[in-house]
Design a protein around this ligand. Structure first.
Ligand code: TRH
Length: 347
């Protein structure tokens, strides 16, 4: 049994966008902040992290450049290889020299596909070294690795002041009947038509676009505001301040579910459209009605989004969104499952 703080090395290779760094940073902060682990985050491109967490140098995680060649000799009790990023070979050799081999996890991408629970926790012995790698699959279902959610999420949500948030970004107070929407998406050919529908809307629509630099503009009944790219905790606040959130990829997709507001998900674009199975799998488990499913499919390239039909269904989406969140939030979060998984193997 280890009776000193557990040392954990997380390796993150930034593929593109923000999700790799976003997920690794979130996990690292929980392991250090909630479990007292000594965490080093080795990252090969710190740029996305500077945007996600501008004050990351203040702790509680040591953010270090992924060295090449790898010259660090010490290894950790727990090694997390994010998204199969392949560890430095010299580090793996050093892992094998430890009296007690580290708990080595491959943190997988999130999917709602039904095979995930069966693969979560499987292990694979290294063909050459006395090491075993375990596959840790995030997921929605019991039996998977769960979803990242900080212990203080509900407390932060309760303390949130929407009018202060809006004033902080120079936004006017919410007008009566205003529909406030956040948009975080990949380039999407369906957006121009959607903007036209929003401009022609019978109710005022305020569109908030984080990470955009456009000037504020009003077209018909639509007003578009650019916001800076927000640090992760403030991005949660943006989701809480809106009535409908457009999200993408993996981590903002999960954050929209914690916000318990209706949301629209754009899958990560891949040549062979590999993520469409992820979209279909999620729609198969989510209590969304036919309007939301049709709109999500259209937002992901299948047909044209029918804003009028979707907008008419919006009032009925709040309940199922809250119920969905309650169900997910009642389950153990990813960090707590990962910690238990490791403690069981560090005995
Ligand atoms: O940026 P993404 O497209 O990242 C993608 C996905 O994770 C995809 O699954 C992965 O394969 C690819 O990277 C390599 O979308 P995602 O996952 O939502 O990550 C965005 C992160 O940025 C998330 O942590 C939320 C955060 N964010 C902010 O903190 N502030 C902001 O203003 C915005 C818009 C996002």
């Amino acid at each position: 049994m280890i009776n000193k703080p557990i040392h954990c090395d997380i390796f993150c290779a930034v593929v593109d966008n923000y999700g790799d760094a976003g997920v690794c940073w979130r996990l690292a902060c929980q392991l250090a902040g909630e479990y007292g682990w000594r965490v080093r985050l080795w990252i090969d491109d710190v740029a996305p992290l500077q945007q996600l967490a501008p004050d990351h140098a203040a702790g509680p995680v040591d953010v270090l450049p992924w060295q090449n060649p790898w010259l660090v000799t010490d290894t950790a009790d727990v090694v997390i290889e994010a998204f199969a990023c392949d560890l430095p070979p010299a580090y793996v050799e050093a892992m094998a020299t430890r009296a007690r081999p580290p708990v080595w996890l491959n943190l997988e991408y999130l999917s709602a596909e039904n095979w995930v629970a069966g693969c979560h926790g499987l292990s694979s012995p290294d063909p050459r070294l006395p090491l075993v790698k375990h596959f840790f699959f995030p997921g929605f279902a019991p039996g998977t690795g769960g979803l990242l959610r900080e212990r203080n999420y509900d407390e932060r949500r309760k303390a949130f002041d929407e009018s202060a948030f809006r004033a902080g970004f120079g936004l006017p107070p919410r007008s009566t009947d205003e529909l406030t929407i956040s948009l975080f998406s990949y380039p999407n050919p369906a957006l121009p038509e959607l903007m036209r529908a929003w401009a022609a809307s019978s109710r005022p629509i305020r569109l908030l676009r984080p990470g955009s630099s456009e000037a504020t503009q009003t077209i018909g009944n639509l007003t578009v505001h650019a916001l800076p790219f927000l640090p992760q905790p403030r991005y949660d606040e943006l989701l809480w301040a809106c009535d409908l959130n457009f999200v993408r990829g993996e981590d903002s997709f999960v954050r929209a579910q914690w916000a318990a507001k209706p949301f629209v998900w754009q899958i990560y674009p891949q040549a062979e459209d590999a993520h469409r199975t992820k979209l279909d799998a999620f729609l198969a488990i989510h209590p969304a009605g036919p309007q939301l499913k049709a709109f999500w499919q259209a937002w992901n390239g299948q047909g044209a989004p029918d804003w009028a039909a979707f907008a008419a269904s919006l009032p009925g989406l709040g309940g199922p969104a809250e119920q969905w969140t309650k169900t997910l939030a009642a389950r153990p979060d990813l960090a707590s499952k990962l910690v238990q998984f490791c403690l069981d193997r560090l005995k």
